[in-house]
Design a binder for this molecule. Structure first.
Ligand code: UN1
Length: 465
């Protein structure tokens, strides 16, 4: 008999770091390898299960998720700090992602093409890849895993899923719901552990045919370094430094409200968060005033949760300090929330007089911090907003139709918003960015098929001599 010694990790509530909310057992490297083999063994059976039946399991999982909405939201909120309300919204979104991909099980997976030879039938079909590894972050502990797992499964792949260690309890619960919905053993496997151990095994395993990852650029780069030269398909959703442009003709109140929402929702911990705003000088003062008014409405600890961990807390505070040192002017917030004595709470923070050279105009902060930049006109705004290594999302607030279309045309991002905040995604639409924000096929919508399947092209001779 072998004794397996697993590392035990305690999870703490970022709103009350002294409160332990549960424990997770982390898998050993050998156990992770065994799980991958189990996923490989389950592949043949799952691939040969009707896609309609596969979709039906997703639908049942959606029902179970809705039934357990309170429990899932509670655990996720206490694990990574998002407010319960934000989490309830995310769980509902998770259910609609499952329902969208459940329907995919009934849709066409190929097409009949004309052949140059009239005696031949030429057609295509899409087939699954095999074992897919999904490596997901803590900031959307339900929606992001589901928008990777649901398409992977409905198209016939088996999945080894490593949730972030910081949202491990939520991951465990989601895995159990799939099991309750009747997913056969080995088809979805939750592996708990650190990226450096469990994650590394996933990257190196020959059985793993595709890796889908959402998280930081540095981890994304190490995935490319390890798996980039193998034959694995790779999909990376990484950082953002999303710009909003507010033109003089915009509805100023609406623009300010949505810009603050875009920046501060989920405590700014979204790769799609608005983190820099370019304002035309004619309305600059008025908009700044209004941004501050909107920020004042946020009640830290009630409508805005803590950041997810001590690591996040320290890194956001040091970015704030750096902005001060570089000469940006702090006009709102700027540090730990006063009057709250426990928890990783940071005030919504606004810096003005930001110049294009400052770090705050270029580096992702992943926290409730907004950089405000004055511009002469739209031309300067579009030029500066495009001068970024990231290209995930961008917004323009204007009532000028030609300028809105010019922005749609010239903005170097994957997600363009007109008169709306930079974040948000619907399951039926492709999601992803340009430049250093994304690698590989888009997520969600019909685009998901590109990543989770490959083609078979079939030719049949229909006449005998
Ligand atoms: C959203 O804006 O609602 O990690 C989704 C992230 C993104 C998802 C954002 N991949 O924040």
């Amino acid at each position: 008999m072998t004794t397996i010694v697993r590392e035990i990790r305690e999870q703490f509530n970022p709103a009350r770091p002294s409160q332990c909310i549960g424990q997770v057992e982390l898998l050993t490297i050998d156990e992770t390898k065994d799980v991958i083999v189990a996923a490989q063994d389950a592949f043949e059976g799952w691939k040969n299960t009707s896609s309609v039946a596969r979709g039906e399991i997703l639908r049942v999982t959606a029902d179970l998720l809705e039934k357990n909405i309170d429990k899932v939201a509670e655990i996720a909120s206490s694990e990574m700090g998002k407010t319960k309300n934000e989490m309830l919204g995310e769980v509902k979104r998770g259910a609609s992602i499952l329902r969208y991909f459940a329907q995919e099980g009934m849709r066409a997976t190929g097409e009949v093409l004309p052949s140059a030879n009239e005696a031949k039938l030429l057609y295509t079909t899409r087939v699954p890849l095999g074992v897919v590894a999904a490596i997901t972050p803590w900031n959307f502990p339900v929606a992001i895993p589901l928008w990777k797992i649901a398409p992977a499964l409905v198209y016939g792949n088996t999945v080894v899923w490593k949730p972030s260690i910081e949202s491990a309890l939520t991951g465990k619960l989601i895995g159990e719901l799939f099991e309750q919905a009747g997913l056969p053993k080995g088809v979805l496997n939750v592996v708990q552990g650190r990226g450096s151990k469990v994650g590394q095994v996933l990257l190196e395993a020959p059985e793993v045919k595709a890796i889908t990852f959402t998280g930081s650029n540095s981890v994304g780069q190490s995935i490319l370094d390890t798996a980039g030269s193998t034959n694995k398909k790779i999909q990376l959703e990484l950082g953002g430094k999303n710009a909003a442009i507010i033109l003089a003709d915009a509805n100023i109140n609406q623009a300010a409200k949505l810009t603050i929402e875009g920046a501060m929702k989920q405590t700014g911990q979204r790769c799609t968060a608005t983190s820099r705003v370019y304002i035309e000088e004619a309305v600059y003062e008025k908009v700044v005033e209004q941004l501050i008014e909107e920020a004042k409405k946020i009640e830290v600890g009630v409508t805005m949760g803590p950041v997810s961990s001590k690591g996040q807390y320290d890194s956001i505070l040091s970015a704030i300090e750096k902005a001060k040192v570089e000469g940006a002017e702090l006009v709102f917030g700027g540090g730990p929330t006063k009057g709250i004595f426990e928890g990783y709470y940071i005030d919504p923070t606004i810096f003005t007089n930001v110049t294009h050279e400052m770090s705050i105009a270029h580096e992702e902060i992943f926290g409730p911090v907004l950089a405000v930049i004055k511009v002469k006109d739209y031309e300067e705004a579009i030029r500066l907003s495009n001068d970024s290594n990231f290209g995930l999302s961008a917004s323009i607030y204007t009532n000028n139709i030609p300028k809105a279309f010019d922005f749609i045309n010239r903005s170097e991002v994957g997600l363009v918003q007109v008169n709306d905040e930079t974040g948000g995604a619907e399951p039926q639409a492709p999601f992803g960015g340009m430049k250093n924000s994304s690698t590989g096929a888009r997520e969600q919508g019909q685009a998901a098929k590109e990543f989770f399947t490959t083609f078979k092209t079939i030719t049949i001779g229909t006449k005998s001599e």
